[in-house]
Design a protein around this ligand. Structure first.
Ligand code: ADP
Length: 450
């Protein structure tokens, strides 16, 4: 079964042999490379088993052998073949702790005999146990003279003291380790508590912040709604009296009415033009308020761009002929159809063209439409004064007019309204401009509407 040649064989017959076996066991353990502590464990287990077998089986034949373990590492093994059969063919060490001193302690059947077998693995750090090395060890162990039982007793005592010392040292180490561990645990717990408190604190802050944010945006929404409502109501209420003023002014200056002095006629003219300005402001405000409150509902339809452009050309030519500016409305590329609200789109383009003509002294104003996949892009470009880059967003704010603009020429509400309307139609409005070289307002709309 093993085939390995034994390192050493001994006979266990009398009490003294126990000492001898113990001593030689330690020698073998040392020779094959077990560490000091393991040598003692091994020898102690061996002598305990030997004592048991001398008592229960009148002695045994003891064989030391080195075999290869499952993982390729060497294993030191001792087979103790009892002289008389073991009671029930079983072996139970007197002390249960004995089995723990070695890797295995068991009873095996070998060539008809029942053998008590114990083994211990040789550490990987030990020198390799080649066949040559084993032969050398065998030779050496065969020659070394066994010491007397008294010597072995003395050695055993020394070892016992050393083992006790070792146990005490280990216990001390364990105590230190335990207290360190306790300390660390306390630290970790404190850190954990602190962290979770901080987390809770932060969470509370975030929750409060969100609540505040929600509240603020609700307030903002309410404020914006009441502003729109206020603007709509006021402008609506103002429209009737202003229209009445204009009508009365017209009546007064009618040739069929009583003649006026030149002075009176001029003053009535001023009243009429102021009232007309006021009416256009009121109308713009009303439009913007409607757009802001979402009360404008686009009437979606297929818009014939060619027709729409023709209309714009006609209505704006009157404005252009008065100045040195040429108005060019390009023909849109076919098929010139777009799904949108015709009235709103016309309002936006008219507004942009109107501005362009208003702010251009010479050169041209051009309206162009381009189709790009599923989008239509309308651009209104002029050769006017242009707008400084830092004002490109500001001119879309309500009532904003570029400093130096003739205040009487408008209300500052046209662009914010136009942008809102374009957004309602599912598009966007952008501006590119270089001061001194003109501006281009671009309206980008989905060809198929929203
Ligand atoms: P309004 O034309 O009634 O003043 P808008 O909202 O239409 O109001 O325009 C805001 C301001 O933007 C104008 O007052 C003007 O200063 C500037 N602006 C608009 N269009 C042009 C343009 N084509 N060229 C130069 N400035 C412009």
């Amino acid at each position: 079964m093993t085939g390995e040649a034994p390192l050493l064989q001994m006979a266990l017959r009398v009490e003294q042999d126990i000492f001898l076996i113990r001593q030689r066991g330690r020698e073998v353990a040392a020779a094959v490379g077990l560490e000091h502590q393991d040598q003692i464990r091994f020898a102690t287990a061996l002598s305990e088993v030997a004592r048991d077998l001398l008592r229960t089986a009148d002695g045994a034949d003891v064989t030391f052998v080195v075999v290869a373990g499952a993982d390729g590492r060497s294993v030191l093994r001792v087979d103790l073949t009892p002289l008389a059969p073991l009671p029930g063919d079983r072996y139970e060490p007197q002390s249960g702790a004995v089995a723990r001193l070695v890797d295995t302690l068991s009873v095996v059947g070998m060539e008809g005999d029942t053998v008590v077998r114990m083994s211990r693995r040789v550490p990987a750090t030990a020198a390799a146990l080649t066949a040559a090395r084993l032969a050398e060890l065998r030779e050496k162990l065969g020659h070394s003279a066994p010491a007397s039982a008294l010597d072995e007793l003395a050695t055993q005592n020394e070892q016992l003291i050393a083992a006790l010392d070792e146990v005490r040292r280990q216990r001390d180490e364990l105590t230190v380790l335990n207290s360190e561990l306790e300390e660390t645990n306390r630290g970790v717990m404190a850190l954990y508590t602190q962290l979770s408190e901080e987390l809770e604190e932060t969470n509370r802050g975030v929750v409060a912040l969100y609540a505040e944010l929600d509240e603020k945006s609700a307030q903002l929404r309410a404020a914006s709604e009441s502003k729109s409502r206020f603007l709509a109501n006021v402008s609506h209420e103002l429209r009737a009296p202003v229209t009445a003023i204009i009508g009365l002014g017209r009546l007064l200056t009618d040739p069929a009415s009583d003649p006026l002095t030149a002075e009176q006629a001029e003053q009535i003219g001023l009243i009429r033009s102021s009232a007309a300005d006021l009416l256009s402001l009121v109308n713009d405000l009303l439009d913007l308020a409607k757009a802001e409150s979402g009360r404008i509902e686009p009437q979606w339809a297929d818009v014939d761009l060619k027709a729409l452009f023709g209309q714009l050309r006609g209505t704006l030519r009157a404005l252009a002929t008065a100045s040195a500016v040429e108005l060019v409305v390009e023909d849109p590329p076919a098929p010139a159809v777009l799904r949108a609200d015709e009235v709103l789109l016309a309002q936006v383009l008219r507004n942009l063209l109107h501005n362009a003509l208003k702010f251009t002294q010479q050169g041209e104003v051009r309206l162009r439409a381009e189709r790009d996949a599923d989008r239509w892009r309308f651009s209104v470009s002029d050769t006017g004064a242009g707008i400084a880059p830092e004002l490109h967003e500001r001119i879309f704010e309500e009532f904003y007019q570029v400093p130096g603009t003739d205040r009487r020429s408008g209300t500052g509400l046209g662009l914010p309204y136009a942008r809102r309307v374009v957004n309602l139609l599912g598009g966007s409005m952008t501006l590119t401009s270089e001061p001194g070289r003109g501006s281009t307002f671009t309206v980008d709309l989905p060809a198929d509407g929203v």
